[in-house]
Ligand binder design. Structure first.
Ligand SMILES: [Ca+2]
Ligand SMILES: [Ca+2]
Length: 102
């Protein structure tokens, strides 16, 4: 199994996810990360969900999503339950490590 860090502090970007900003880590878990990885083009899903700006302190505290809650079957984060109002700071970026194989 090979791993790749597919989402860093900057890569929840419009080009990848049509999001206008980062995703907050509140309630962020492996189920949500799986959806994010599939959306990013990694069909094997996520190895890990990261929190607390694991890949670096963020540069904006205006988040596109907070309190993300996916069921796991969605094809994109936009299909999941989430809030557009956030109470998060630069140290609360969500991230993922996606699988590149089984
Ligand atoms: Ca948090
Ligand atoms: Ca929150």
């Amino acid at each position: 199994m090979t791993l790749i860090v597919a989402i860093t502090r900057d890569s929840f970007s419009p080009s990848l996810t049509s999001l206008k900003g980062p995703v907050c880590d509140d309630f962020w878990n492996l189920t949500d990360a799986n959806v994010a990885c599939r959306q990013l083009g990694y069909p094997f899903g996520a190895e890990r969900a990261t929190t607390n700006s694991h890949f670096g302190l963020g540069s904006t505290s205006t988040f596109a999503m907070d309190n993300v809650g996916c069921l796991g079957t969605e094809q994109s984060l936009q299909e999941c339950s989430y809030s557009t109002q956030d109470n998060c700071n630069l140290g609360e970026y969500a991230g993922v490590v996606c699988r590149t194989g089984k």
